[in-house]
Design a protein around this ligand. Structure first.
Ligand SMILES: Cc1ncc(COP(=O)(O)O)c(C=O)c1O
Length: 391
């Protein structure tokens, strides 16, 4: 746990289970992104796919210039609650949603020339109807075929990827009406990975930049991490701006929200099947799916690796999935039913990915503010939320 996050927070003070976000930590991350925006002249958007709580929108936009959306519903959320620009990209747009997406967005980014050719008549008509002060611009996501992501599941440049147009599929004679290019290739990376990607991009697609007004470098930039080289990022952005005359956009998600949230839960039972096992009122698969998908072992407050402290337990969830297990952890004292546990760093790509599998109670949403010790219960979920998904 970072010591300046959740200062004076008591897990007993919130419902169980609950996702709790420290607003002061969000402000600190966003301030670092804003500094990049100010110093480099790039426009920084927050990726709603990583975190989408309107209750914190005012701490995010402004200072940031707006949001990037993965489709209609995120675009609507961005327009209604976050303010600023809305840039929408999806691997494909549905016919019946496209006009609304055009209406809500400032940039619409296509994933293929076939989608562009099929939808461009409607796109151009919407752009022509826009007032000059709110232009609607279009771009193409390209695939520089340069892999930097360490995990294949998160690598948009893996062989046979469906994300972005490769050099071989690029239709240079269909660029009329497109004013920008977009790539997203990184995942939790520093600027060296971006530099290498930019080189690969320039080699394959640099010759088209004189016909473009803007370049979007996607997300995956771990800008708020202590070792991220923000000065080098600024140099890179300014080189792109001056050498190619393009506006530069960044759309980080995780960097805005990393180390800002926790998942508070309770021990319901302790059993033994060769090892002590604690059953919690939460679930890996329903409430922290990346633990199983990525997979990774989240930190739990006041614990150590198995065997280090006197009492080791396997922590398991409440669903029927046999593999609904978070991991093995050791504790100073034996676990008791009713005791609160805290999973660390459970905000980005967590709240947005939950399910109500098995009808497990969905964690409440709470905002805490380390700067003043105040907390706000944003939402509790009940049976009717579960019912509404099915009836
Ligand atoms: C197109 C696009 N933009 C931005 C992001 C945000 O990435 P991150 O949260 O890793 O910064 C993603 C993440 O998958 C993405 O697919």
């Amino acid at each position: 746990m970072d010591r300046d996050v959740f200062v004076n927070f008591d897990p007993q003070d919130v419902p169980s289970p609950a996702f709790v976000i420290d607003a002061a930590a969000v402000r600190r991350n966003v301030a670092l992104l804003e500094q990049v925006q100010r110093d480099s002249g790039a426009t920084v958007l927050m990726a709603l796919k990583a975190f989408a709580m309107p209750a914190l929108a005012e701490q995010i936009c402004p200072p940031l210039a707006g949001v990037c959306a993965s489709g209609l519903w995120e675009a609507q959320l961005g327009r209604d609650h976050f303010g600023g620009q809305v840039h929408t990209y999806a691997p494909a747009f549905r016919d019946d949603e496209f006009d609304q997406i055009l209406d809500l967005s400032d940039h619409v980014v296509f994933n293929s020339f076939s989608q562009w050719k099929r939808l461009r008549r409607r796109a151009r008509a919407a752009a022509a109807a826009r007032p000059a002060e709110r232009p609607l611009r279009f771009g193409m996501r390209i695939n520089p075929e340069h892999s930097e992501a360490e995990v294949a599941l998160y690598d948009p440049c893996a062989p046979y990827s469906r994300l972005g147009v490769t050099q071989a599929a690029f239709e240079a004679d269909e660029l009329d009406g497109l004013s920008g290019l977009h790539f997203h290739t990184l995942c939790e990376q520093n600027v060296d990975a971006l530099e290498r990607t930019v080189e690969a991009f320039l080699q394959k697609f640099g010759s088209y930049l004189d016909r473009m007004q803007w370049l979007n470098l996607g997300g995956g930039h771990h800008i708020s991490r202590a070792d991220y080289d923000r000065a080098r990022l600024q140099t890179l952005i300014q080189r792109l701006q001056s050498d190619y005359g393009v506006e530069v956009f960044l759309e980080p998600g995780e960097a805005a929200i990393i180390h800002c949230g926790i998942l508070v839960c309770s021990v319901l039972d302790v059993i033994d099947n060769g090892i002590p096992i604690a059953i919690l009122d939460t679930s890996a698969t329903a409430h922290m799916p990346d633990v199983l998908e990525m997979p990774y072992r989240p930190d739990v407050w006041n614990t150590a690796a198995p065997g280090v402290l006197s009492h080791t337990y396997r922590l398991g969830g409440l669903t029927c999935l046999a593999g609904d297990v978070i991991g093995d952890y050791s504790f100073e004292q034996p676990l008791q039913p009713g005791q609160r546990l805290v999973f660390d760093d459970m905000a980005h790509y967590t709240i947005v990915k939950t399910t109500m599998f098995n009808g497990v109670r969905h964690p409440a949403l709470v905002i805490y503010d380390s700067d003043n010790g105040q907390s706000q219960l944003v939402r509790r979920f009940d049976y009717h939320d579960f019912l509404r998904r099915h009836a």
